[in-house]
Structure formats: C-alpha cells, structure tokens
Design a protein around this ligand. Structure first.
Ligand SMILES: [Zn+2]
Length: 160
C-alpha cells in the first residue's frame, strides 16, 4: 500500500482488527520511508460501478481512489478515520442504490462535498476548490482566511 504522504510503496501493517460492525478490517500502517502513519480498510465490494468522467471516458469505480482524495482533503485535520470510513461507506451505498451501474463523476463529487460538509469545514473547502474549480479566487481566499481561525485549534498530529 502506497504511503499517502510521500508516495513510497514500502509500508508496514502495525495492527489489524475488525471495525465495530465487523463490516471491514481496519489496518494501521506505517511508512518505512517517512514514518507517516495511516489507516486502511478492507471490505467486500458488492457491485462493480462504472464512473463516467466529464470527458465521457468510463473507468471502473475505485473506492480506494475516492478514499485517497477524501483523505487528501482531510490531511492534517483531526478527524477520526472511522468517521471518514463511515462517510465513504455511506457514499458508496448511495451510489449503489441509484440503481444504475453507471454514475457520473459529478454525482460522486456532490456526495463527497455533502459528506465533508458534515465532517470538516476545511476539508470541505479543499475538496470543493479542486472539484468546483473555484473561479472567484478572491472569494475563496477570504473564505479560507475565515476558516483559518478555527484551523490552528483543530490542527493536531497523529501521534498514537
Ligand atoms: Zn511515507
């Protein structure tokens, strides 16, 4: 599993255990290159969904990829990985229940923004800025400045 911080492939599992609902295996991993710690979840995938990109290109839905972009938005934010996983599972369930094997990247983006809004303001803005491609850069900057006041308080290192 590639390290989300430095991109190194050489990471090690420190601890594996089932999640509360036994729906997944939670693994604590450590990167042998940078010492970064992160968590991965292994779970059953029920349906194969296809994502239709803006360009019209179709790619298989990849929960890991979705997870990576969400965790990138949450970088250095103190949000419990389990809460993030629950949000991701909720998104996947919603996607699966749309009743169509093909989903658009827009739909996924909307669900992610909805989920992040309830989880962490800063991560929401980070994700939205990439996803929505904020055109009004100044509005975006003042929005960030506003959020930065809460940022220091919430900024914590993962030191367990
Ligand atoms: Zn690393």
């Amino acid at each position: 599993m590639r390290c989300p911080y430095c991109g190194n492939d050489d990471t090690q599992v420190k601890d594996s255990r089932p999640t509360e609902d036994s729906g997944a295996i939670r693994r604590r991993r450590i990167c042998n290159a940078c010492g970064g710690r992160f968590t991965t979840f292994e779970r059953v995938q029920l349906r194969d969904l296809t994502v239709v990109k803006k360009s019209g290109r179709k790619v298989p839905f990849d929960r890991e990829k979705l997870s990576r972009s969400v965790f990138t938005a949450l970088r250095k934010r103190s949000v419990e990985p389990e809460r993030v996983e629950r949000m991701l599972s909720g998104i996947v369930r919603q996607l699966e229940s749309l009743g169509d094997v093909e989903i658009t990247s827009d739909q996924i983006g909307e669900y992610v923004m909805e989920g992040l809004k309830g989880l962490d303001d800063v991560a929401f803005v980070r994700f939205a800025s990439v996803y929505k491609n904020f055109s009004a850069a100044d509005d975006f900057r003042s929005f960030l400045t506003e959020l930065a006041h809460n940022d220091d308080r919430n900024m914590q290192v993962d030191d367990d």
